[in-house]
Ligand binder design. Structure first.
Ligand code: 5AD
Ligand code: SF4
Length: 424
């Protein structure tokens, strides 16, 4: 019996693709191992979004391919293709983002080669799931048509493709029967979801998804600020099974930089969306992505980003330092911010956001909310981890319920961004 270890870099979409590869391979008789050293094959599912992510994957591949048969999958595989085969003699195959559905056949192939053609199988219909899980993912759409000038995703994940509503509902139904309680619907831009056959948009999909038996909570990401409709905000406000949470990437608070980034909205529009969310959905959490040091970003632009972050008070922000990606529109712009300034800006805003995130967590003390118990406490065995309907982790005493239960929690404290609570 051959053993396969899967190493995943990058976003939740990649984690989900790794789960799907694991499912296909176990169906084909392979054992998925958690021990890298014990594996016959190592699949490295890579990310290309930032230079740093690629560098980490490259060094992992370099070390692993000396001892194991390595297969490189994901965004970097799609981007670099043959270069990976040439550079690493121990790499057996390179599998692009459209081709992983064939992983069980690819792994058996003796000849070293690149698989990076167009989608061969309906990847949306590959949906292996694990027994005994409480939280899971599924994809509703893939690809991106937005072409933000810094971003490689449209090139490595292709154009937007929305999945048929019935296939999503069927999968949610299966997950409900298997015991999943919370599902995250994934898409690069979920607001652009549109099922042409049934003429259903994302809000329409959500209204049907909440009716699926067994699933107690539905979350989704990522929402593009330019496409976030009133209808979607109203839908989240109206449906108690939808998590009170939006991941809404700001990237920059300067209209000039947003324009250079080709984001197609202004800081004012973004602010308007945040106000609408907070008006219709009290206590809704809002998280974001911020990109510092983009080409052309001056001190004054960065200051506007800082001011936006101070004003909005995101519950959490993923903050990144710009790195040029080959083949994007950004590559042709002068990378005008030097590394030292990029780093200063990064640290500056990280520091600010850390305080804001902690304050936002503490603001929950005394509040009551629904939480799903999802795991034993990782650091403390006397505790259970539960996830709130605002997508925060709350630690509750062991014995407050069993895994999978929904409990009403009163928040009693905050440990940085994690909450502490008691069941009422
Ligand atoms: N450099 C740094 N960060 C990037 N992101 C996307 N492209 C780049 C890049 N070239 C960030 C954006 C995006 C998140 C997923 O990654 O903030 O929202
Ligand atoms: Fe990249 Fe922009 Fe598409 Fe997001 S919306 S995946 S940042 S191109």
């Amino acid at each position: 019996m051959h053993k396969v270890y899967i190493k995943t870099f990058g976003c939740q979409m990649n984690e989900y693709d790794s789960e799907r590869m694991a499912g296909i391979l176990s169906g084909a008789g392979y054992t998925i191992t958690q021990d890298e050293h014990d594996a016959d094959y190592i699949i490295v599912n890579t990310c290309s979004v930032r230079q740093h992510a690629e560098e980490r994957a490259i060094s992992f591949i370099g070390a692993a391919s000396k001892k194991h048969k390595v297969i490189v999958a994901g965004c970097m595989a799609q981007r670099l293709q043959d270069d990976i085969i040439k550079r690493f003699p121990g790499v057996k195959a390179v599998v692009g983002t459209f081709n992983f559905a064939k992983i069980a056949e690819i792994i058996k192939e003796e000849k070293r080669r690149v698989y990076a053609g167009e989608e061969q199988t309906d990847v949306f219909n590959i949906r292996p799931k694990k027994e005994g899980e409480i939280r899971g993912f599924t994809t509703v759409m893939q690809g991106c048509d937005n072409f933000c000038s810094y971003c490689i995703v449209p090139y490595v994940r292709g154009r937007e493709r929305s999945r048929d509503k019935d296939s999503i509902l069927e999968e949610l139904g299966e997950m409900g029967k298997m015991g999943y309680k919370e599902v995250m619907l994934l898409g690069q831009n979920v607001n652009s979801y549109f099922d042409r056959k049934n003429s259903v948009n994302f809000s329409g999909l959500l209204r049907e998804a909440v009716k699926v038996d067994g699933i107690k909570r539905i979350k989704f990401m990522t929402s593009h600020p330019k496409d976030l409709s009133d209808e979607l905000i109203e839908t989240v406000a109206a449906e108690p099974k939808l998590a009170r949470h939006f991941h809404l990437p700001l990237q920059s608070g300067s209209d000039r930089v947003l324009k250079l980034m080709n984001r197609k909205y202004t800081a004012g529009h973004f602010m308007g969306r945040v106000e609408k969310i907070r008006e219709l959905i009290p206590g809704c959490s809002i998280t974001t992505d911020i990109l510092v040091g983009f080409s052309g970003e001056e001190d004054a632009d960065f200051l506007q980003t800082v001011q936006m972050a101070e004003k909005i008070k995101f519950d959490a922000a993923y903050i990144f330092k710009y790195s040029v990606r080959k083949g994007t529109a950004g590559e042709k712009m002068e990378d005008s911010v030097n590394e030292k300034v990029k780093l200063e800006r990064l640290n500056n805003i990280l520091e600010l956001q850390k305080k804001i995130s902690e304050n936002m967590a503490s603001a929950n003390i005394g509040r009551e909310m629904d939480a799903i118990i999802c795991a034993p406490g990782r650091a403390d065995r006397g505790l259970l981890e539960a996830v709130t309907d605002t997508n925060k982790t709350v630690l509750i005493p062991a014995g407050s319920g069993k895994i999978g239960d929904t409990v009403r929690v009163r928040v009693t404290g905050a440990r940085r961004v994690m909450l502490e609570g008691e069941v009422i």
